[in-house]
Design a protein around this ligand. Sequence first.
Ligand code: BTN
Length: 251
Amino acid sequence: MQKHSFGAKVFQFESIDSTNSFAKSLEESDAPHGTIIIAEEQTAGHGRMGRRWHSSAGENLLFTVILRPDVAADRLLLLPLAAAVGIAEGIEQMTGVSLETKWPNDLLYDRKKICGILIEGSIDSTGATAIALGAGININQTFFPPEIEASAGSLSLITGHQWSKQELLDTILLCLEEKYNDLCTSFAPSILAAWKKRTTMLGKNVTIIEHKCAYDATAVDLDHLGALIVRRPDGTLHTVYAGDVSVHPLE
Ligand code: BTN
């Protein structure tokens, strides 16, 4: 029988500054691969590009997995996409809700964000040392603060049900670990295909924020490393390795 490492060791908090920050402080320790940090509330939850992550206490899933990969760093370039696919598959198995992927690693439903993923860590030339893979998944929250009301959703708002966070977490961790193992044993093409199957952004007009500059383009495709290929208004193709994308509403 397959032995699972995700969740073999768990740190659980009622309230913490950030599960990712706690994971990073643990990375120096001997916390094993697959250690999970989970909290009911974060006082300084953060997201990509320095943003805050809002989540009402007790209503959602907030967790970080510590990864200690034993493969070369280039195997992990698709980790953000693999994480999004793994979490989406876990959610779909439990709830039947099919979430959309948005580059690089958001999960949306009806243009509203249900899950954000933040991957932090250092990868050196000999391979990765430790990675904190954090996810905030909106489960049972039905009211959001005005600043994110238009852009945030939850599984409860989609389905009209309250969901068991523990059952969702257990299923999500299994799917996440499976995708992580696929990545390490080089099933990268299947991860790219699974990510693309869930997205509707390719072919759409988008605004890219890259190196603090914003510009309009059309999303064309992903390359084999998971970078986003866009077409600029002058017709030239450009590859975005790190940045943020907003998809224009239908004009
Ligand atoms: C994003 O969409 O920008 C990513 C958001 C990631 C939020 C999660 S919540 C658990 C973990 N701890 C954090 O401080 N951030 C991540």
